[in-house]
Each structure stands twice: as structure tokens, then as C-alpha cells.
Ligand binder design. Structure first.
Ligand code: NAD
Length: 379
């Protein structure tokens, strides 16, 4: 073979150089980011971590073999990075995300994307103008169970959908032996709506499509909570943001979803989501209940028979292909690397996150004013 006849080797894919902003709980907890990013080190290199608590940044850098620890976003952005993962507390997301995009870096942001729609629009416009990606948590629609639920509904597996019930609550950080101070979750700017309902709204709209109208009731269940277990056991926490939210979404064509987003579910056995259609029922089950992840009741499950089935597919290698299960929040980072490589738009997109924010803000307004609020964005 002459040199010219040699097959052309594709250039080795460049690793995405990522900086992490915030070395707190979600950076390091088991279901968070850093414990999993080593599994994709052939695709992603975590180059640096920043936290205003430099001692914490250094400790996390040492634990995860990250080369650089710095104490500010400015110092992070001075490094050679392709993307930054914004893991600051919610109220700080916008300012940092804007600077990340202005510095020409792709953005992965924790939820909620911003505090206001104007801020979200500013970020998305900036990203569009600069040709940058915005990948946004929650990552649920990257999980195979949620994607399968969406596809089954879209393929008509339960016929026309009438309504869905979505469970998006837990006992709240004060009730869950939280390792860091749980107070922030009960205060204005966070609360059970922005902290928890965000998941159920992402799942409901991810499976059923964008919401068109929202009605909600919200309240403060009790004015103080007492931390139960964890590093702050016994601490009294003032509650200044609603911790009890029930939302009703109108998804169009008389399809509705009821979503709870509260810190008041100390235990439950109900599925994450139940979807009721004219030809059947679809369940997305909780991981801690002994049931298949997805169950389907079909009126015509077998000739002449109605019944429950556990959907199986003919996909090659479906087992082990669930990157969300393997990478947890790190799936968002792999997702960004995939989108850059393939030139496609993210599933966990800034536009979906912006729609979810619009629903949450509409729910706040509805609860305040006692009326139904229109939602105009789609994704
Ligand atoms: N903890 C969870 O279970 C969890 C789950 C899902 C999503 N999240 C999301 O992750 C984000 C972070 O949550 P967390 O629980 O890790 O919070 P955290 O308070 O544990 O960590 C935040 C870190 O950011 C640092 N920080 C704050 N402002 C800074 C600034 N301006 N510059 C540099 N560092 C700064 C703090 O020192 C702290 O270490 C939030 O948006 C939250 O909604 C958390």
C-alpha cells in the first residue's frame, strides 16, 4: 500500500476541558457530578474547580485529582476551558452563567436556570449569538425511563392522554439528615417550588409537551422547621418561602397534569408519574419500590384481554446503556460533549429549563392572585 492509499484515520476527538464552579454538596455527593466524571475521562477533562471557600476547592481538587483549585470565577475563566459547570446556589446562577457565556465558554447549569424570565432570555440570546450551548438540569429526560415514557405516550401506547399525576416532593432537607446547612431550601429564592417542583414540571412537560396554563396553591405549612439528623440536627429553621405547592397544568386539548412540589412527603409508595389515557395507563415507578421502572396497562394487552404489561424492547444492548443511571448528574456533562461532537441541540436544553421556569413563576403568580396564568413559551 502506498502512503497515499492509507485509509484516513479520523482525528482523535479532543477532550472537552471543563471547569466546575462550586465545590459544595452537588459537586461531590454520590448522585452528583465529580464522583462520575472520571468514568468519561476519555471525553471530558475536569481541569479546575472554583469555590470562594478555597480550602474546600483544594480539598475537592485533591480528592478528585483536579489540577487546579481557585477561589473565583474570574480565576476559573482565565484558564483554557471549553465549558463551565455552574453549581452555585440558585439565586447566584444568572450572574455567573452570564459571565461564563460572555467569556465564550459552553454552559452547564444546575436548576433553576435563572430567577427571572428576562435573565433566562438574556442567557439564551447570548448563547445563540456566540454559538454556545446551554445544557440545563434537571437531567431526567436523559434517563432512559423518562425517555421511554415520552416515546410510549408519543406513539399512542395509552391513546389520548386525559391527565397525569406527578409526584415531586420529599421530606425536605431538614427532614433528610442533610450534610450541609438545610436552611437555604426554606428561604425566599429557593423553596419547594424551585427546589423540588422543578423536577416534576420537567418530567411532566418532557413526557407530555409544553404547558399552556397554570393554576397553583402555595403556602407555608409551618413557620419553622427543625432539622432532623445530619450535621445540623436540632437547628430551628425559619420558613419564609412556600414549602407546600400543588400545581395544575393545562397541556392543551383538555390534557391536564397535577404536580406536587412540597417538603411534606415523609414517605410514599405512589409512582413518580401516572398517565391516564383513553386506551391505558402508564406508570413511571420510583426506584425504591419493587416494581419495573415502567408499567403499562393496555385495554388490548392481548386478544380480548386488558392488563398490565412491563414494556420490553428489541433494542440492542438496552441494559447498561442508561448513561444517566451510570453518570448521575455527570450525564449532563457527557450530554454537552455529545452535542458539541454531533452538532445537535441538547435534550436537557436551556429552552426546556426556561419553559419550566416560566411554569414555576406562573405558579407563584397564580397562587398569589388566585387565578389561572397563561404560559407562552415552548421548547
Ligand atoms: N444538594 C443537592 O442534593 C442538589 C441536588 C440537585 C441540584 N442541586 C443544585 O445544585 C446547586 C448547588 O447546590 P449545593 O447543594 O451543592 O449547594 P452548596 O451550598 O452545598 O454549594 C455551593 C457552593 O458554592 C460556593 N459559592 C457560593 N457562591 C459562590 C461564588 N460567588 N463564587 C464561588 N463559589 C461560591 C459555596 O462556597 C459552596 O461551596 C443549586 O443550584 C442546587 O439547586 C443540589
Amino acid at each position: 500500500m502506498t502512503p497515499d492509499a492509507r485509509p484516513v484515520q479520523p482525528a482523535a476527538e479532543a477532550r472537552l476541558r471543563v471547569g466546575v464552579l462550586g465545590a459544595g454538596m452537588i459537586a461531590t455527593i454520590g448522585y452528583g457530578y465529580l464522583p462520575h466524571l472520571g468514568k468519561i475521562r476519555d471525553r471530558v477533562e475536569v481541569t479546575a474547580i472554583a469555590d470562594r471557600r478555597l480550602d474546600l476547592a483544594r480539598a475537592v481538587a485533591e480528592a478528585y485529582q483536579i489540577d487546579r483549585a481557585v477561589d473565583s470565577l474570574d480565576d476559573l475563566l482565565a484558564l483554557d476551558l471549553g465549558a463551565v459547570v455552574n453549581l452555585l446556589p440558585g439565586p447566584a446562577h444568572f450572574t455567573a452563567s452570564k459571565r461564563i457565556l460572555e467569556a465564550g465558554r459552553h454552559l452547564i447549569t444546575e436548576k433553576p436556570i435563572t430567577s427571572t424570565l428576562a435573565e433566562a432570555d438574556e442567557l439564551l440570546d447570548l448563547a445563540d449569538r456566540r454559538g454556545l450551548y446551554v445544557v440545563a438540569a434537571p437531567a431526567d429526560m436523559l434517563a432512559s425511563d423518562w425517555a421511554r415514557a415520552r416515546d410510549l405516550v408519543a406513539r399512542g401506547a395509552i391513546g389520548k392522554v386525559a391527565f397525569a399525576r406527578v409526584q415531586s416532593s420529599h421530606a425536605g432537607a431538614a427532614g433528610l439528615s442533610w450534610p450541609v446547612d438545610p436552611s437555604q431550601f426554606y428561604q425566599e429564592g429557593v423553596g419547594a417550588l424551585l427546589d423540588l417542583a422543578v423536577y416534576g414540571i420537567t418530567q411532566a412537560t418532557g413526557v407530555l409537551g409544553p404547558a399552556k396554563r397554570v393554576s397553583a396553591m402555595s403556602g407555608i405549612t409551618v413557620p419553622t422547621r427543625v432539622a432532623r439528623g445530619g450535621a445540623f440536627d436540632g437547628r430551628t429553621i425559619p420558613v419564609t418561602a412556600p414549602d407546600n405547592n400543588l400545581l395544575l397544568l393545562d397541556l392543551g386539548e383538555a390534557t391536564y397534569a397535577v404536580i406536587d412540589g412540597t417538603f411534606n412527603v415523609v414517605a410514599s409508595r405512589s409512582p413518580h408519574m401516572e398517565v391516564f389515557g383513553l386506551e391505558g395507563t402508564l406508570l413511571v415507578n420510583r426506584a425504591d419500590v419493587a416494581a419495573p421502572p415502567i408499567e403499562l396497562y393496555r385495554l388490548d394487552a392481548a386478544p380480548g384481554l386488558a392488563g398490565w404489561i412491563s414494556p420490553q424492547t428489541y433494542e440492542i444492548f438496552p441494559v447498561g446503556s442508561d448513561r444517566f443511571a451510570e453518570l448521575q448528574r455527570g450525564a449532563l456533562v457527557e450530554h454537552l460533549a455529545d452535542c458539541i461532537r454531533d452538532g445537535v441541540q441538547p435534550v436537557a436544553s436551556g429552552r426546556h429549563a426556561r419553559h419550566v421556569l416560566e411554569v414555576m413563576l406562573a405558579a407563584q403568580q397564580s397562587a398569589r392572585e388566585g387565578r389561572v396564568i397563561d404560559v407562552v413559551s415552548t421548547f
